[in-house]
Write a protein that binds this ligand. Structure first.
Ligand code: NAP
Length: 510
């Protein structure tokens, strides 16, 4: 079982004791006491409190500046403090590989039975090759480590695969973590690959190394206690991806149906490299978001005809029978059904055969992945599609493709062939943090009876607020988000999506 360790980086002993109690209350298995973060540390005065009164097992670390810590004194005093921590009953002490021989000599013959020495190596620039990592493990083992710890830095998410490989093959317990946002899955998927422990902080800003998630997210979003060797991995591939609510939503949905699966954020720079590196069947499916939806079409072995027509894939599954990647698009149904239901709801009519989009002028702002999905869907439903885009050329290409009309953003302001048109924003204009922006002036909204905004953070965008004030029926991007995620869940699992749970989860987290 991978242990959950909360790093304690408070400046005072009192705060560290309080944080230790908080870590226990959160469900941590142990804490790492970072002595180097204490501003006025006095070993004989402070360690009996910190170690003697510990409510949880402790790992004591006194990291020097030269290994990325805060301690600037000499090793003699540092080692004395670490020895004292060991004598007081600390379950673990961490010492750096560069000085491990000296420390091992110092504690030789004095190690209590339940004590374990962690010998660590940190690389804040990159992640070495598999061969170099293996030889580093061997050197750490030879130095007398009970537990090997290697922390490197992810320049690309692909780097993490090398760490996973080394952990799986390591003969002794190993902590193998890859720092930075691109290394996040090394922290989330530890239990799958057999890492000895992973760090989870008490809150944002309380990290001891770049990229540490909170313990609350580890336990409550990623359900880390349920992850094991057989757990299937799904994730959202994007750049940026940290803001995505998909992990919250899909993990809650997986849990509710008892599926042995986890869904993680994947900050990917190069989709082809990523898919080549993570090619095992353990990585069972991916959601794709900005900027990878269009490139994803070319990365799949087979693409669903609708996704191919749209030219964007937002869901990739790895076919269990042969490992082939199959691409789909669930944005299209998610957005179009949300708009249709919004119109029907406002008119008080049920689901009849004819779409309420049929025959309507349907204006789409944006010609990216979401714009293409909406354009394709609206055309399918018999609407007269108009595309307005910042880059006019892209609007024209999309209009030509689906048989529509193209506009510049300036032309959109006075575009008014008829009343009662439908407007859909598929650009990121108005998205947090730029909540005061809007893709079209309020004065131009009078010609629209229905306005949809793909942006869902915030839920009520400026566009939707002004459209409502202008008398239009508004449809939130949140509705599209829920529906496209339900579509993804069904493709990933072949099960019916737990709609009520997914709606409740989205409402709680957005
Ligand atoms: P994308 O493929 O990168 O396309 C972005 C589009 O927005 C392009 O047409 C781009 O115009 C335009 N754009 C971007 N910044 C602009 C600006 N400052 N001014 C004018 N136009 C701008 O992205 P996407 O995947 O389609 O996503 C677009 C938006 O939809 C995002 O906010 C995303 O979060 C949202 N979305 C929501 C859902 C949902 O479930 N609610 C699903 C998918 C997407 P150019 O062609 O000129 O670059």
């Amino acid at each position: 079982m991978t242990l959950l360790c909360v790093p304690l980086v408070a400046k005072t002993v009192e705060q560290m004791m309080a944080d230790m109690a908080a870590a226990k209350a959160c469900g941590a298995d142990l804490v790492e006491i970072r002595l180097d973060h204490l501003s006025d540390f006095e070993p004989r005065r402070d360690l009996p409190l910190l170690v003697g009164d510990r409510p949880l097992p402790v790992l004591v670390t006194y990291r020097p500046k030269w290994e990325g810590g805060e301690y600037e004194g000499d090793d003699k005093q540092r080692f004395e403090a670490l020895c004292l921590a060991m004598e007081l009953g600390a379950e673990y002490v961490d010492v750096e590989l560069k000085v491990a021989d000296d420390f091992v000599r110092l504690i030789s013959g004095k190690k209590p039975d339940n004590f374990k020495l962690i010998v660590s190596s940190h690389n804040y620039q990159s992640t070495p090759s598999s061969e170099e990592l293996s030889s580093l493990v061997a050197r750490i083992q030879a130095a007398g480590a009970d537990i090997v710890k290697i922390a490197t830095t992810a320049v690309d998410i692909v780097d993490v695969t090398r760490m996973f490989q080394v952990i799986v093959h390591c003969q002794v317990p190993m902590i193998g973590l890859v720092m930075g946002e691109r290394g996040l899955i090394s922290r989330l998927l530890c239990p799958k690959f057999g890492g000895y422990l992973t760090f989870g902080t008490l809150g944002v800003g309380k990290e001891s190394a770049p990229g540490q998630p909170t313990i609350s997210d580890l336990l409550n979003v990623y359900n880390i206690r349920q992850i094991g060797a057989d757990t299937k991995i799904f994730g959202i591939v994007g750049k940026p991806v940290g803001h995505s609510k998909s992990p919250v939503l899909l993990n809650a949905a997986f849990k509710s149906v008892g599926l042995d699966a986890v869904y993680v954020p994947l900050l990917v720079d190069d989709l082809v490299n990523f898919l080549n590196a993570y090619s095992s069947t353990d990585f069972a499916g991916f959601s794709c978001t900005i900027p990878h939806k269009e490139a994803a079409v070319g990365c799949c072995d087979k693409v669903d005809p609708i996704a191919k027509s749209i030219g964007a894939v937002n869901t990739i599954i790895r076919r269990p029978s042969d490992g082939k990647l199959i691409g789909y698009n669930t944005d299209y149904v998610g957005a179009i059904s949300a708009i249709e239901d919004g119109i029907r709801g406002s008119q008080g009519v049920g689901k009849e055969t004819v779409s309420p989009l049929a025959g309507k002028v349907f204006v789409i702002i944006g010609a990216g992945g979401a714009g293409k999905a909406l354009a394709y869907g609206a055309k399918e439903k018999g609407a007269k599609v108009v595309i307005a885009n910042r880059t006019y050329e892209r609007a024209r290409e999309l209009a030509n493709l689906i048989g529509g009309h193209a506009l510049t953003l300036a032309e959109l302001e006075t575009f008014h062939p008829e009343d009662g048109m439908i407007l859909a924003n598929t650009t990121s204009i108005g998205m947090q943090p730029n909540v005061n922006e809007t893709p079209i002036r309020k004065q131009a909204l009078g010609s629209y009876s229905v306005v949809f905004d793909a942006v869902y953070t915030p839920r009520a965008t400026r566009l939707l607020r002004e459209a409502e004030e202008s008398g239009a029926t508004v449809v939130s991007g949140l509705e599209m988000f829920i529906r496209q995620a339900m579509g993804q869940f069904e493709l990933f699992t072949n099960l019916t999506a737990p709609e009520n749970l997914m709606r409740d989860t989205v409402m709680r987290y957005t």
